[in-house]
Design a protein around this ligand. Structure first.
Ligand code: BES
Ligand code: ZN
Ligand code: ZN
Length: 488
């Protein structure tokens, strides 16, 4: 979508559709006051009224959009408002919309621009690739949004550009998650990373099965051995390690499909398992954004990718695997495969001597039971890092909730026959999974984000959400990293 910024009052724009975003209980311009009184509009959060002013003001249609009380206004309010605006424009088949903000908001102009751009782009997103025979009104897309405000500034314009870049990363992640698993195999995901590298200058290296075997990725190879679609490790590198340019490793689970393997999932639990690469989608999306924003960091993205299938070549319950680290894993359930592929990738991350390792995975059904779809589960070995990610969660609306990694939980995954077992029993399923991962990161500051409940939406909750892949993690990581650069 084209997004522009002009100084002025949206009521004076000859637009097919003008949006007037209004704070609650703030008196409106004379010109619309009469119209609005008749519309019973108070400006409550999310309230909308569509008016046809018939010459009382210049726009042909005027949509009043409530922002709620001034003292409760956040970036999230604006993201939702902008998403509402584009959805209304789309319903009305208006290609170019003017979005007016006349009130003085207690938010930095750059943040206003960013939030509006994120909301507009994400609200406009749809995944139509496999729909055929659509009528023009079903594919209608809003082409342009002009922000009209009394004090348009360069900072706000720059914020819009940042917001569009971030939304681009989220949409990449959504597209990857939504792509059917027969299409998005590990090799195809690797091709997506290569294409990303060509677009952005990120250096991309792919380890195929031969290379993984040579290097000893025993966990990733075992999980992938039951599928004709062979596993890959995707290594993406942005920038170079240098003084004042700390290294951050981002690790994303890339199971392009998780049938459960020989510990086969029941049919109902198997649908949506194309989203088991949601962590990798977040990492690719974030790498794109980081490169486009040229953050002053060295960021390494690692994606262990495999397809977990049942066959005569599958790894089995009772198998013992030797991982890249040399640590051994007793397999008790082949459906707890994410932690096994991540064990190798997390160990590999240590070679970069990172200031932080942040890993995202659709890891456990237990986190969906605990938190539902409204928060990502977080566990970590470094509280300062965890706190910074929690803060990014509040800012972006991609909320995280922390669970403990006490010593007792580590005890629950010790094996009789090997170093670790891949399940810890019925209790604390998300935490024992997190404890398992922590065994492979050495002493490096580590945060694990369990996005099993947040990567895929059955039912959209916010105006800028859609059913399907959410792209969760892209905005969270980007916000964390942008703040992180201020501290180095
Ligand atoms: N990919 C699943 C976790 C998952 C569940 C993601 C629901 C998204 C929605 C993971 O590989 C898995 O199957 N985990 C098992 C672990 C169990 C066998 C210990 C689970 O959570 O049931
Ligand atoms: Zn599984
Ligand atoms: Zn899985």
């Amino acid at each position: 979508m084209k997004m522009m910024l002009t100084t002025g009052n949206v009521l004076n724009e000859a637009a097919d559709l003008a949006i007037l975003a209004c704070l609650e209980d703030v008196p409106l311009a004379e010109a619309v006051a009469g119209l609005i009184e008749a519309a019973d509009f108070s400006g409550k959060t999310g309230q909308t009224r569509l008016l046809y002013p018939r010459g009382a003001v210049l726009p042909k249609r005027l949509l009043l959009l409530g922002l709620g009380p001034a003292d409760k206004l956040t970036a999230e309010t604006l993201r939702r408002a902008a998403a509402n605006a584009v959805r209304q424009a789309r319903d009305l088949q208006v290609a170019s919309v003017a979005f007016g903000l006349n009130d003085q908001l207690e938010l930095a102009p750059a943040l206003i621009g960013q939030a509006l751009a994120e909301g507009a782009e994400l609200g406009a997103y749809r995944y139509l690739r496999y729909k055929t025979g659509l009528k023009p009104e079903q594919t209608f897309a809003v082409e342009a949004m002009t922000l009209v405000t009394p004090g348009a500034t360069d900072a706000m314009q720059a914020g819009v550009a940042v917001g569009q870049t971030i939304a681009g990363g989220v949409m990449l992640a959504r597209n990857l998650v939504n792509t059917p698993p027969g299409v998005l195999t590990p090799a195809a995901l690797a091709d997506q990373a290569i294409a990303l590298g060509e677009r952005t200058g990120v250096a991309v290296t792919i380890f195929d099965k031969a290379r993984l075997t040579e290097e000893g990725f025993g966990g990733l190879l075992a999980v992938g051995q039951g599928s004709a679609n062979e596993p890959r490790l995707i290594v993406m590198e942005y920038g170079k390690a240098a003084e004042g340019r700390p290294t951050i490793c981002l690790v994303g689970k890339g199971l392009t499909f998780d049938s459960g393997g020989l510990s086969l999932k029941p049919a109902d639990a198997m649908t949506t398992m194309k989203s088991d690469m949601g962590g990798s989608a977040a990492v690719l999306g974030a790498m794109q954004v980081i490169a486009e924003l040229q953050l002053p960091l060295h960021v390494v993205g690692l994606v262990p990718s495999a397809e977990n299938m049942p066959s005569s070549t599958s790894y089995r319950p009772d198998d013992v695997l030797t991982t890249l680290s040399g640590k051994t894993i007793e397999v008790l359930n082949t459906d707890a495969e994410g932690r096994i592929v991540l064990a190798d990738a997390l160990f590999y991350a240590q070679r970069y001597n990172p200031a932080a390792i942040i890993e995202l995975s659709t890891l456990t059904g237990a986190i969906v039971v605990a938190l539902g779809s409204h928060a990502t589960g977080m566990m970590g070995t470094n509280q300062e890092l965890a706190d910074a990610i929690k803060q990014a969660g509040e800012t972006t609306g991609e909320r995280v909730w922390q669970l403990p990694l006490w010593e007792e939980y580590h005890e629950m995954i010790k094996s009789e026959i090997a170093d670790l077992k891949n399940i810890g029993g019925r209790q604390a399923g998300s935490i024992t999974a997190g404890a398992f991962l922590a065994a492979f990161v050495g002493d490096y500051p580590f945060v694990h984000l369990d996005i099993a409940g947040t990567a895929y939406a059955e039912k959209p909750a916010r105006p800028y959400d859609v059913a399907g892949g959410t792209g969760v993690g892209v905005r969270l990581l980007t916000e964390f990293l942008r703040q992180y650069t201020h501290g180095v």
